[in-house]
Design a protein around this ligand. Structure first.
Ligand code: MN
Length: 202
């Protein structure tokens, strides 16, 4: 069994103007497809073949750079597409909203912490909202295609929301204005999906 590039639940142009169609097309059809193919090649005929991506990442040897980079890339982008929607934006509600208030003080304080983590990641990487091992929500960021499922990277937890801050995610539309891209992301976050991720993780 090999990993497959997940189909999107929306068209490439439907997140505009916050994420442009050309970026979506290249990001999903080329970058994510590349990570998927390279992951399949990296695990072929190894003991990792047949395991779920969560199993692979949560027991990863960080020295295995092919699986670290491409397994991370496969998982991270799969989560990323799923937490965006043309009908997104607005505010979380229910248990997730309560947990955000408990962990950060308010939604605005969460948004500020998440945006700062995304803006200050030097070079390429991701910002995350995670259920931490202590059960609270936390914000952190990782370099390259690392993610919070990987033990030993200083950002452990179960990710419920992730934002790609590689230049390939925003440069066509925003050039160097990463903070504008981060602000735009909040207009497409599908809080219903994030709530489902939170319910499963906590
Ligand atoms: Mn990416």
């Amino acid at each position: 069994m090999s990993f497959k590039l997940p189909a999107l639940n929306y068209s490439y142009d439907s997140l505009e103007p916050h994420v442009d169609a050309k970026t979506m097309e290249i990001h999903h059809g080329k970058h994510h497809a590349g990570y998927t193919n390279n992951l399949n090649n990296a695990i072929k005929d190894s003991e990792l073949e047949g395991k779920s991506i969560k199993e692979i990442l949560s027991s990863l040897d960080l020295n295995n750079s092919a699986v670290r980079n491409n397994g991370g890339g496969f998982y991270n982008h799969s989560l990323f597409w799923s937490v965006m929607s043309p009908d997104g934006g607005g505010l979380p509600n229910g248990d997730l909203a309560k947990a955000i208030d408990t962990s950060f003080g308010s939604f605005e304080e969460f948004k500020s912490a998440f945006s700062k983590a995304a803006a200050t990641r030097f070079g390429s990487g991701w910002a995350w909202l995670c259920v931490q091992p202590n059960g609270k929500l936390g914000v952190c960021s990782t370099a390259n295609q690392d993610n919070p499922l990987m033990a030993g990277i200083g950002c452990e937890g179960t990710p419920v929301l992730g934002l790609d801050v590689w230049e390939h995610a925003y440069y066509l539309n925003y050039q160097n204005r990463r903070p504008d891209y981060i602000a735009g992301f909040f207009n497409v976050i599908d809080w219903n999906v994030v709530s489902e991720n939170f319910a499963k993780a906590s």
